[in-house]
Design a protein around this ligand. Structure first.
Ligand SMILES: *[C@@H]1O[C@H](CO)[C@@H](O)[C@H](O)[C@H]1NC(C)=O
Ligand SMILES: *[C@@H]1O[C@H](CO)[C@@H](O)[C@H](O)[C@H]1NC(C)=O
Length: 398
């Protein structure tokens, strides 16, 4: 008891002394400052100021130093209508990360909340953004949804890459492979090609968006932080898109096979904002050099539905249960280059400077097809099915 009280008293005295000293220091510093403002500083004060500057400098250095690689996160930005039909596939994928190297944001219809009742994966609980809008597929509202997702994800300074994911998209590799592939590139991955002939460019956008900046490509991009910020801060290109890039309804006689489709008229009246916006914005802002101009998300277009190349874009193939075979996944994972016809450009895919598969994700898969992929992985570990599910780990049924 006694020594403690003694210690306590001594501590109090020491504290009082410290406060006194601090007051003295502060007041003398104040006086010196006053003095310094009218005349040259005393040598001691100069030294003090220099020390202060060094501390500030060191602090700034610490703040600017790059984060250790393990701390950087990939933000997965899901664009869904309602529920996430492939949540269990993603659940298996996210379980592969033990270091918290990802974050999830979901844009679903307004008012939709991800709870135990609406998703079977805990990774998605309450991950919906609270200011979502009604998205009409193929309209400018899709771009707005992308910007809403980015603005939420940018609030977390650890998010370094931003991946757009559709509700019918599946991962093809495990988490660590995917993370390394995305993080090892200092560029964004944006499918982008010149599209001056297709006629979706509306000359009314000129001169705000000149035709030489007009680009086309898949909306399923991976952005670096700088580009994500450019998209969120854009106040120039977006209003032009809202005014002049709109999807037009099909002509009445669309299904009348006796009459030829006036291809030119059809093309001139259609503009799908989400297939042009990010690519055009990044070209417009002079950032194209910072892109890997291909998507890491595979989509297959239905060639059999029409010979007309414009109409092809309207029908990405949906893989159903019977299509979802290890052979299909193997064939997508085997693609190592992409040819861009309009630019006569072939992209040989690389990661970290080495030849690599082009695609990390694939769409479109039904819920049943996704579950079958999970199942075939369990049955054929090491086979050609997706490798994101680790051996011995079951699907999440809690
Ligand atoms: C949405 O959530 C953020 C915090 O994440 C909050 O600051 C904001 O006010 C919320 N907005 C609405 C519309 O509820
Ligand atoms: C992840 O996938 C890559 C490529 O398929 C493989 O080489 C690696 O061993 C896998 N890692 C884990 C932790 O399963």
């Amino acid at each position: 008891m006694k020594p403690r009280r003694f210690g306590y008293d001594r501590g109090r005295r020491a504290a009082a002394l410290l406060v006194l000293l601090l007051c003295l220091c502060l007041s003398s510093a104040f006086l010196l400052l006053l003095h310094g403002s009218s005349g040259p500083l005393e040598p001691a004060a100069e030294e003090k100021a220099a020390a202060g500057a060094r501390v500030a400098e060191a602090r700034a250095e610490v703040e600017e130093a790059p984060l250790p690689p393990g701390n950087s996160k990939v933000a997965f930005l899901f664009i869904a209508r309602n529920r996430l039909p492939l949540e269990l596939v993603w659940d298996a994928f996210f379980r592969g990360d033990k270091e918290g190297r990802f974050s999830i944001f979901v844009h679903s219809r307004p008012g939709f909340v991800l709870t135990r009742a609406t998703t079977r994966s805990r990774f998605f609980y309450n991950r919906q953004v609270n200011n979502s809008i009604q998205v009409d597929w193929g309209e400018a509202s899709m771009i707005t949804a992308e910007r809403i997702l980015l603005s939420h994800a940018l609030k977390d300074p650890l998010n370094e890459r931003f991946v757009f994911v559709s509700d019918s998209c599946v991962p093809l590799y495990n988490f660590s492979y995917t993370y390394d592939y995305i993080m090892s590139s200092s560029t964004s991955f944006v499918d982008s090609f010149a599209d001056t002939k297709a006629g979706r460019y509306n000359p009314r956008m000129d001169p705000i968006i000149p035709v030489e900046n007009w680009r086309k490509g898949s909306q399923w991009a991976v952005l670096i932080k700088r580009h994500a910020e450019v998209v969120v801060e854009d106040e120039v290109v977006l209003p032009e898109f809202q005014k002049h890039c709109r999807r037009r309804p099909l002509p009445e006689f669309w299904r009348d096979w006796d009459r030829p489709i006036p291809a030119e008229a059809w093309k001139a009246h259609n503009c799908i904002p989400d297939e042009h916006y990010v690519q055009t914005l990044l070209a417009q802002t002079g950032l194209e050099e910072e892109l890997t101009r291909r998507s890491v998300t595979h989509s297959a277009w239905d060639l059999s539905a029409s010979k007309d190349r414009e109409r092809r874009g309207w029908h990405p193939v949906t893989y159903k249960v019977s299509d979802a075979t290890p052979a299909l996944i193997k064939s997508i994972k085997g693609i190592d280059n992409i040819y861009y016809e309009t630019e006569n450009r072939r992209e040989w895919c690389t990661s970290n400077g080495k030849p690599a598969p082009c695609f990390l994700f694939a769409r479109k898969f039904t819920r049943g097809a996704g579950l079958k992929l999970l199942d075939s992985e369990v049955k054929e570990p090491g086979g050609s099915a997706p490798a994101f599910l680790q051996r011995g780990v079951g699907t999440s049924t809690e």
